[in-house]
Design a protein around this ligand. Structure first.
Ligand code: NAP
Length: 334
């Protein structure tokens, strides 16, 4: 495994980060996710194998199976010295119905940080992230709450996932003006078939030294060959809980053209499409660590093989040729 610094911080993280979005039963107050692991022992085994393979970085969120994922991660990492692991978790999404059940208010942030630490069984969270922008809370209020958590020693670094370029710049500007802990990293969606952020959130990251830990490097499975272009996935599939909207987004000529190149290159290099797709993200200078989402040890080991895959400039150009990325608006504009 290779290690790198997270953005301009001194925090060392593995080039792959273990995602836990599919740990637990999949239950969320808004919808129940399909394709989740729902097997605590298997999830714990995945964390242990990741650690053996050199992964020291784990991504979770309070909302993943409504706290279950954090509890499973907590059980798994209780077997290590805490300083061996870098744990990133997030706040924003709905944890319960009714007032103050979601968002980035001071109340919700402070309550949920305490709840996350308890579920994770840890005194501190390494990287605490806003899961998305909250248009109903002044960003200054959120950043003040984050700063308080850092001052208390509950959190080491703060970050923002799914923020657009202007939201990231605003966060940096407020932190600078108020003397708050600045945003150290962001977690955008980024893959060969989701490249819009090249024209948005990734630009201030390159300029300002914000760390980048992209998610969904396999385009939710399409780049792994998990889907058949002739057939809409079933409701029991990984994207089954939102199959109509997700399939409309995934099932495009451009995306299948990308997958064709991925397959060709994988055959030439005697590796797998998964490894080519993750290697492409790893080859981007702006990226620090790629969040992978395996659900079995075999899938995990396949992902780890991507770290050794070398892509030439010509390979990168061929992979990028079918898609002309354009920014179409972020989460807060949808
Ligand atoms: N910040 C955010 O808003 C956000 C959003 C989404 C995800 N995330 C994070 O990013 C992580 C990864 O996201 P993702 O699951 O969407 O990633 P992904 O890598 O794009 O898709 C993973 C899916 O690809 C399929 N797959 C097939 N072969 C695989 C292999 N060898 N290794 C891994 N997957 C393989 C699996 O589908 P099957 O299970 O059907 O085989 C798996 O569910 C999550 O666990 C979470 O930590 C964050």
């Amino acid at each position: 495994m290779e290690y790198t610094y997270l953005g301009s911080t001194g925090l060392e993280v593995s080039k792959l980060c273990l995602g836990t979005g599919l740990f637990g039963s999949g239950y969320r107050p808004t919808e129940t996710w399909h394709g989740c692991m729902d097997d605590e022992e298997a999830s714990i085994e995945l964390v242990h194998r990741a650690r053996e393979l050199g992964i020291n970085f784990i991504d979770t969120a309070n909302q993943y199976s409504t706290g279950e994922a954090e509890e499973i991660v907590g059980k798994a990492i209780s077997e290590y010295d805490r300083d061996e692991m870098v744990v990133q978790t997030k706040v924003w999404d709905k944890m319960f119905d009714g007032p103050n059940g979601s968002g980035l208010s001071r109340k919700h942030v402070l309550d949920q940080a305490a709840a996350s630490r308890e579920r994770l069984g840890t005194d501190y969270i390494d990287v605490y992230m806003a899961h998305a922008y909250d248009p109903n809370t002044p960003l200054r209020e959120t950043l003040a709450a984050f700063d308080q958590l850092v001052s208390q020693g509950d959190v080491r670094y703060v970050g923002a996932s799914n923020f657009d370029e202007s939201q990231l710049m605003k966060a940096l500007w407020i932190a600078d003006r108020e003397g708050y802990q600045p945003i150290s990293s962001t977690e955008p969606e980024y893959s060969l078939i989701a490249r819009e952020e090249e024209w948005n959130a990734l630009r201030p990251c390159a300029r300002e030294g914000i760390g980048v830990t992209p998610y969904s490097p396999l385009g939710k499975g399409l780049l792994a060959g998990a889907y058949d272009r002739e057939e809409k996935p079933s409701e029991s599939s990984r994207i089954g809980h939102r199959v109509d909207s997700q399939w409309d987004w995934l099932n495009t000529e451009e995306n299948w053209a990308v997958f064709d190149v991925v397959q060709e290159l994988a055959e030439t290099k005697d590796v797998t499409p998964v490894q080519i797709s993750i290697a492409w993200v790893l080859h981007k200078d702006v990226v620090d660590s790629v969040i992978i989402g395996p659900t079995t040890v075999d899938e995990l080991e396949e992902c780890v093989g991507a770290v050794d895959v070398s892509l030439s400039d010509d390979d990168m150009e061929r992979l990028e040729a079918p898609v002309q990325p354009a920014y179409k608006g972020g989460w807060s504009e949808q």
